[in-house]
Design a binder for this molecule. Sequence first.
Ligand code: MLT
Length: 262
Amino acid sequence: MASLPLAYLDQGNGMPVVLLHGFPLDRRLWTHQRALGARYRLVLPDLRGFGQTPVAPGDEAGVPMDRYARDVGDLLDDLGLERVVLGGLSMGGYVAMACWRRFPERISAMVLFDTKSAADAPETRANREPMATKALTEGAASLVEGQLPGLLTRRTLAEHPEVVSAVSRMIAESAPRGIAGASRGMAARPDSTPLLATIAVPTLLLVGAEDAISPLAEMRAMAEAIPGARLAVIPGAAHLTPLEAPEAVNQALGGFLGAVQV
Ligand code: MLT
């Protein structure tokens, strides 16, 4: 599978913080975290097949999380970044864990948003292939309606049309082959739970109190398995905490980053 330069936003100065978006989204997930660019160098990539990064030939057959991690490593090389704070939401968290497996010496701290260390449960895995096929045959926009209820709280869906339309736009603008590749790649990803005890850098976990995709109980268990990790529970948010509760997320993230030494 070919290497691919990632599209990215690089903003601000100071300690580099790289944030990886979830599925099937892009770097616009971090729109509100760009305020942290006043104090840190924020690097926000689009993973392959999402946002402004194209898909490579064959990606639709399945992109392993390690392939996304290699793309991130190549981006760090291109930017001359030796060591970064690495964060990721959901699939971005799976990729962040793959980065830890691949180049832990380049990671000075980790931020895991609304994610899981376990491999797919059988029923989740069974849904991946129909989703890949639907994206390929009916287009990315056909996924919007089915995705929204898992990503956002009922309150956000009813009262925040600007968030609903921002998320819908990201999904609809993702490349169908990128969605298929990510779905199939996530279905095949390994269990990263044994990795957690090896995460020997400061780690913050954030989870929306109403997240049903990456439930609080699972994230609490992850926090207990990572030495010294902290868990922040974000009220009024489901899976997309950075968009649903930006102030609470920025406060938790800003407080954590303020204490990190590169
Ligand atoms: C995500 O937000 O990245 C997805 O919910 C991840 C998944 O489907 O496992």
